[in-house]
Design a protein around this ligand. Structure first.
Ligand SMILES: NC(=O)c1ccc[n+]([C@@H]2O[C@H](COP(=O)([O-])OP(=O)(O)OC[C@H]3O[C@@H](n4cnc5c(N)ncnc54)[C@H](OP(=O)(O)O)[C@@H]3O)[C@@H](O)[C@H]2O)c1
Length: 231
């Protein structure tokens, strides 16, 4: 099985790499600065021939195209794509919203995953039955909004949810299922130390749910606990 994971150098992305390697997959781990990705380098040394570390900035369309070219000699198919890279910019306030923060949040959290999926669509089609996971958030649920705390993050994850549905329209007929996954609140740089879940537990739960999910589970966010969160 060939798996491509974005934002793979730390946090949930790194844990996805660890757990797919443990499942015996060949992993293509994409991150902005491979030369600084020491945890990935250690994993590559421990799993010779099983892990490729590749450069990718999901907010840069040229970088996405370059990634697609770098995959060319490595594999002719992908069975899983985990669109994990994301940002949460803190401190936004109504009345002082910064359009640069709003645009950057959408570029990384919503547009990037769509462009990566589009660039890899032929590889996924050749890997069918294939699956795409867009790592969303409970904060992307429109029904669940209860405050104006991280609006650009909320809105960009809600957009990602819509894009997940749109991608499913294009890719389901080509043998590719598309899911929005909800990690829960996890102890990473983004989640903070007070969060409920260890990355290993969140990712184990997400992989379990994602690998077992049926096509009708594309219709809501799929939780790390297997539960469903309405859009
Ligand atoms: N932790 C939580 O509680 C939680 C809850 C719900 C959803 N999520 C989602 O889970 C995913 C992973 O989050 P995390 O908690 O692991 O966060 P994290 O520890 O902050 O890691 C974020 C990852 O995204 C990468 N990234 C950011 N901008 C990028 C770009 N332009 N191009 C490529 N990679 C980029 C970072 O790379 P650099 O090292 O280069 O910055 C890093 O690898 C995100 O989509 C996040 O929204 C997290």
């Amino acid at each position: 099985m060939h798996v491509l994971i974005t934002g793979a150098n730390r946090g949930l992305g790194l844990e996805f790499v660890r757990q797919y390697l443990a499942r015996g997959a060949t992993v293509h781990a994409a991150c902005r600065a491979p030369e600084q990705a020491t945890d990935l380098a250690a994993l590559a040394a421990a799993h010779p021939g099983q892990l490729n570390v590749l450069p990718l900035d999901v907010a840069d369309p040229a970088s996405i195209q370059a990634l697609r070219q770098r995959l060319e000699p490595l594999t002719d198919r992908l069975h899983r794509l985990i669109n994990n890279a994301g940002i949460l910019v803190r401190g936004e306030r109504f009345g002082q919203l910064d359009p640069a923060v709003m645009a950057r949040s959408h570029a990384v959290n919503a547009i990037g995953p769509v462009l990566v999926t589009q660039a890899c669509a032929d590889l996924l089609e050749r890997g069918q039955p294939a699956r795409v996971a867009n790592i969303s958030s409970g904060l992307g649920s429109i029904a669940g909004v209860d405050g104006f705390h991280s609006p650009s993050y909320n809105a960009s994850k809600a957009a990602l949810n819509m894009w997940t549905r749109l991608l499913a329209q294009e890719l389901n007929p080509r043998g590719v299922l598309c899911f929005a996954l909800r990690p829960g609140w996890v102890r990473t740089a983004m989640g903070g130390e007070q969060a409920d879940l260890a990355p290993a537990d969140s990712v184990a739960g997400m992989i379990r749910a994602f690998e077992a999910a049926s096509a009708d589970q594309q219709l809501a966010m799929l939780g790390h606990d297997g539960g469903r969160t309405d859009w």
